[in-house]
Each structure stands twice: as C-alpha cells, then as structure tokens.
Write a protein that binds this ligand. Structure first.
Ligand code: AMP
Ligand code: TRP
Length: 344
C-alpha cells in the first residue's frame, strides 16, 4: 500500500440551472470538508463542452458556479477554486488516460448512455471519453477523496480502475523513477448524508436535474424565497400522512425525497425528521419545509447575485486559483512524462 497525503478534489459543470441536488449532494459537502482537508474545487468547463454550449452562456455559467461555491462558504484563500480549462494538465493527463482506459470500460458507463440517448452515433467523442477527463481532474493532483452525489459513483470506480492500471502498466518505470508504492492513489468517493440523490419535485422516480424541461422539477440556487416556497407547495406528493418510520417510505418516493431534503437542510437524519413530523399531513410538512428551504437558500441566492455583479472579482479568484492548481499539477505531470518515457 502507498501512503498518499489526503487531498480532496471535486468538480461541478458550468451548464446552468445549479439546483438543490448540486447543493445538498455536492457543494455543502465541499464546505464541510474544508475544515479537515486541503481541498481543490473546480468548475469543469472542459466537461461542459461535451454537449454544445452557447459561448456567452458558458462564460456566465462558469462565473455562476464560482459564485455558488463562494456564497455557500467555500474559502478560496485557504483552498483552491478555479476553472479547469486554465490548467493544461487536465487535458494532457486525460490524453494519457484515453490510452490507459479500455473501450469496454467506457462502454459500460450509464451516464453516457443516458446523455447520448438514442443517437449514439451523433454524440461527441468527448462525451464518450468524459470519464477519462474526470479521472485526470482528480489524479492530476493525486487527490485521495472525492465528494460527489450518488450519480457519479460509477465514474469514480472508473477513476480507480484507471489509476490502478496506470500503476500496474508502468510499475517498473514508477519504481525506477523513485516512487514507492503506486504513483497514483486510488481515489475514494465520499457519498454520504441524507441527500446523495435528490429527486425531481414533479416525479419521485427521476433525479433532480439541470436539464429537466420543467423548472418546477427543481429548486434553483438562483430562485428567490417566494419561488422556493411556491415550488415546494406545488411539489408532487401522495394523499397519505408522513410515516413514523423510514420503512414507511416503501413505494412513496416523493415523501422520501421531501423528508430527505428537509433532513439535509436541517442537518438531521431521516429518523429525526420523522420523529417530529410522522403522522402529519403534507399540508403541515410542506410549509415547514418551504420555510426551512427559503431560510437556508435565500441568503445564498442573494450573495450569488452580489458576487455576479462583480464578474472581474470572480475572474481574479479563478485566475489566482488556477495558478495555485498549476503549481501542484505541473510537477506531477512532469513525473508522468518521465514514467511514460517521453523526452522533454
Ligand atoms: P453536475 O452538475 O453534473 O456537474 O453535478 C455536480 C455535483 O452535483 C456532482 O457531485 C453530482 O453528483 C451532484 N448532483 C447532481 N445532481 C444531483 C442530485 N439530483 N442529487 C444529489 N447530487 C447531485
Ligand atoms: N462528472 C461530474 C458531474 O457531472 C463533474 C466532475 C468532473 C467531477 N470532474 C470531476 C466530479 C472530478 C468530481 C471529481 O457531476
């Protein structure tokens, strides 16, 4: 076993409509990990263009994800916040990993199948090799821990497979270049808490998603308090009162989802929320949830608006973060060059 110092890395795509799922499944967790780890948080703009993006909107969305990070409480002085395209090691290492990962591995990725839909032949090559770039993001810094939502679990497993195969394929050269143990750590997913998979407010069987055509399916981080309350009021439910125990969620995905959201926002467990609301009607629970959501998210959307009014300031933060990220990634990629046998 190798002993890699702990380092957290995660990324969010700047593809618009940042929502409560992104916030509870990822961004709040980023904030928590700051106290215990060195963290690198990346706005993954190279990933965004695997589907066509309008250039002006892309620019706006890169700044908006950055604003969401900062508004949620990420400290860009203590930790690193930047956008992926500013650090060339991501694309360079992704190329190496294109040559390490196997077609068969990528063919199993469910996110590609979902995103490519019926027209696989028309999908970009980038959409197919997307997970290799994700592995490169993490391993460019030899990061050990990756906080993500449940939907990224398979991609993280692939990152581990890639790290493992690189370590094995180049074992001799890695040792000859003076590295003990594996060169890359096998990054661990951190998928924990009551809201690792927030579901659509309109359909409890579908994930809350940026691309759902119905805006009422999600709570956007840019929604104001009235809009948040309205969306929760309109959220789909069933006619039964809330159960007193989690076993009662069986066959009731909408109830489970709203209780999960409440639990995550309140920093409680499902059980604790059911202890307070079990047996109550949605007409009682929904206003309580709306108030809690508005209280928690309202200040974030206000702060995001403030930050977005000063785009130069955001760009400065990204530039400074990129310089610090480069300083970590460049020597690691120099090692990769030597390990592979490139002349430089
Ligand atoms: P993306 O917007 O696809 O870049 O996702 C950014 C982060 O949010 C990733 O860690 C995702 O796993 C997480 N995420 C996205 N949608 C959800 C959801 N509905 N519930 C929980 N986490 C989510
Ligand atoms: N694929 C992730 C998503 O869609 C975003 C991402 C890109 C990421 N690179 C990453 C997450 C590296 C964690 C680590 O949500």
């Amino acid at each position: 076993m190798s002993s890699h110092p702990p380092r957290v890395f995660s990324g969010v795509q700047p593809t618009g409509n940042l929502h409560l799922g992104n916030y509870l499944g990822a961004i709040t967790r980023f904030v928590t990990l700051q106290d215990s780890h060195d963290c690198i948080y990346c706005v993954v703009d190279l990933h965004a263009i695997t589907l066509w993006q309008d250039p002006k909107e892309l620019t706006h969305n890169i700044r908006e994800v950055t604003a969401a990070f900062l508004a949620a409480g990420i400290d860009a002085d203590k930790h690193i916040v930047f956008n992926q395209s500013q650090v060339s090691a991501h694309a360079e290492l992704a190329w190496v990993f294109n040559c390490v990962a196997r077609m068969g591995w990528l063919n199993r990725m469910t996110q590609f199948k979902e995103k490519a839909g019926k027209h696989k032949e028309n999908a970009s090559v980038g959409l197919f090799s997307y997970p290799n770039l994700m592995a490169a993001d993490i391993l460019a810094y030899r990061a050990t821990h990756v906080p993500v939502g449940e939907d990224q679990k398979q991609h993280l497993e692939l990152s581990r497979d890639i790290a493992q195969k690189f370590n094995t394929d180049f074992a001799e050269s890695i040792a000859a270049n003076g590295h003990q143990g594996g060169f890359f750590p096998l990054p661990e997913p951190l998928i924990t808490g009551p809201a690792t998979r927030v579901m659509s407010l309109r359909d409890g069987s579908k994930k809350m998603s940026k691309s759902d055509p119905s805006d009422y399916s999600r709570i956007n981080l840019t929604d104001d308090q009235d809009m948040i309350a309205k969306k929760i009021r309109k959220a789909r439910t069933d006619p039964e009162p809330l159960p007193s125990e989690t076993a009662g969620f069986e066959g009731r995905p909408e109830a489970a989802n709203l209780v999960g959201i409440y639990a995550a926002l309140a920093g409680k467990s499902h059980e604790e929320v059911l202890h307070d609301f079990g047996g109550q009607q949605f007409s009682v629970f929904k206003p309580a949830l709306a108030e809690l959501a508005a209280e928690t998210l309202g200040p974030i959307s206000t702060e995001m608006k403030k930050l977005m009014a000063a785009p130069d300031h955001i760009d400065d933060i990204l530039r400074a973060g990129a310089a610090r990220a480069r300083a970590i990634a460049a020597p690691i990629f120099d090692d990769v060059r030597r390990i592979i046998g490139f002349v430089s």
